[in-house]
Design a protein around this ligand. Structure first.
Ligand SMILES: Cc1cc2nc3c(=O)[nH]c(=O)nc-3n(C[C@H](O)[C@H](O)[C@H](O)COP(=O)(O)OP(=O)(O)OC[C@H]3O[C@@H](n4cnc5c(N)ncnc54)[C@H](O)[C@@H]3O)c2cc1C
Length: 358
């Protein structure tokens, strides 16, 4: 019997496990094989792999410094913003770390003490709440159904969380976008991250990220339309900017949540807590999710330590600043996503920078 079982060993789950390791008997379960070096044949987390300043600050607060082998070339200090709706283009200074997401997640897992019981290659299926208040979780390992018991269950299983689906059926969740992303072989290292706004593709945004001999092209589109056709159109439009996308190496996909209000955040119910994107914690304006994963994990760890009886209430109170942050980002969003306001902001040149073409 575990005191805490965490489904999902991404940034949220791995962080929570590490923070609780000393004082609790913890099970950490993930369908990915995070205990072995990543090769192309394993399940991967689709991600842009940019660590934004808020996530850097959280790493610093947790006393963590990034090992060099997690970083990938190039390190980029500017965002090229292409507004295809208004035919405008501007550069902005930004401070990201460009990293290899699979290595990053493995590094987070490697920080955990041996006292944590990690089970990788295990796919969570469902749970049952027993009359004695304990929770039985069922998962697939090597095609066989296995079971474990726990007092607290934590869903850290990302945007498409099965734990959330079962714990809170019919609850409001953030808008769910489908995010196709393709890797194109490229010997041209673009010295910036490109953000593209084009309503023909999406009401959110698309991106190009240079990464170690590849260009990652991705977008987040609302479900329902022809996602493949929109992605092809995006690539066609990018080619018109002289960017070569001939050699596609792989294509991946994932869901991205976009909370339009704090009432779409679900922190859990009874003895089941949700953290990271499973709870809806992600920036609704930039889709930056790493800082939210770290913050929500640290709030829940503190809540469990402070008040194991009613830890969910404490977690909800501790995460109030994060809810306010999501409200604020939604207030600012129209300046990025309303084409008229964006035209005004970009034309005014607010916080833009000049890039020397030579
Ligand atoms: C295309 C794309 C690009 C992005 N780019 C960035 C970026 O550059 N910077 C940034 O800050 N954020 C980015 N994000 C958002 C960021 O990736 C997420 O918000 C962040 O990873 C959330 O962390 P998490 O730990 O909550 O969930 P996840 O990282 O999604 O981890 C969930 C874990 O749960 C596991 N899991 C899921 N279901 C099950 C199951 N049934 N059984 C067992 N295990 C399960 C998964 O394998 C995974 O390891 C991007 C998202 C997408 C989709």
């Amino acid at each position: 019997m575990y005191e805490i079982a965490i489904v999902g060993a991404g940034p949220a789950g791995a962080t929570l496990a590490r923070l609780l390791a000393k004082d609790y008997k913890v099970l950490l379960l993930d369908k990915r094989s995070l205990d072995v070096t990543y090769t192309g044949s394993l399940i991967a987390k689709s991600c842009g792999g940019l660590i934004a300043p808020d996530a850097q600050k959280m790493l610093a607060r947790m006393g963590l410094a990034l090992p060099q082998d997690v970083l990938v070339s190039p390190q980029i200090f500017a965002v090229r913003t292409i507004d295809m709706d208004n035919n405008l283009e501007k550069f902005y200074q930004r401070f990201y770390f460009n990293m290899d997401r699979e290595k990053f997640d493995r590094w987070l897992v490697s920080l955990m003490p041996d006292s944590i019981h990690c089970m990788f290659g295990c796919q969570f299926k469902s749970y049952e709440q027993g009359a004695d208040g304990t929770i039985k979780l069922k998962f697939l390992k090597d095609k066989a159904v296995k079971e474990e018991r726990t007092r607290i269950l934590v869903g850290a299983d990302g945007a498409h969380s099965l734990v959330r689906k079962q714990a809170l059926p019919g609850q409001k969740i953030p808008n769910k976008y489908i995010s196709p992303q393709a890797w194109f072989s490229s010997d041209r290292l673009l010295p910036y991250f490109t953000a593209i706004f084009d309503r023909e593709i999406t009401d959110y945004y698309s991106w190009i990220i240079p990464k170690q001999g590849y260009l990652l092209v991705g977008t987040a589109v609302e479900p329902g339309g022809d996602v493949g056709a929109k992605f092809s159109l995006l690539c066609e439009k990018i080619r018109q900017y002289g960017i070569n996308l001939d050699k596609k190496v792989k294509k991946e996909g994932a869901f991205i949540l976009r909370p339009t209000g704090a009432n779409q955040i679900n922190t859990g119910m009874s003895k089941i807590a949700l953290i990271g994107e499973a709870a809806g914690w992600i920036s609704p304006s930039s889709a930056e999710g790493l800082s939210y994963a770290f913050k929500s994990a640290s709030y829940l760890a503190r809540a469990i330590r402070q008040n194991q009886g009613d830890f969910l209430d404490t977690y909800s109170k501790l995460s109030a600043p994060l809810k306010r942050n999501i409200i604020l980002k939604n207030i600012k969003s129209p300046f990025m996503y309303n084409r008229h306001l964006r035209k005004w902001v970009m034309s005014a040149g607010i916080q833009t920078m000049d890039i020397d073409p030579s």
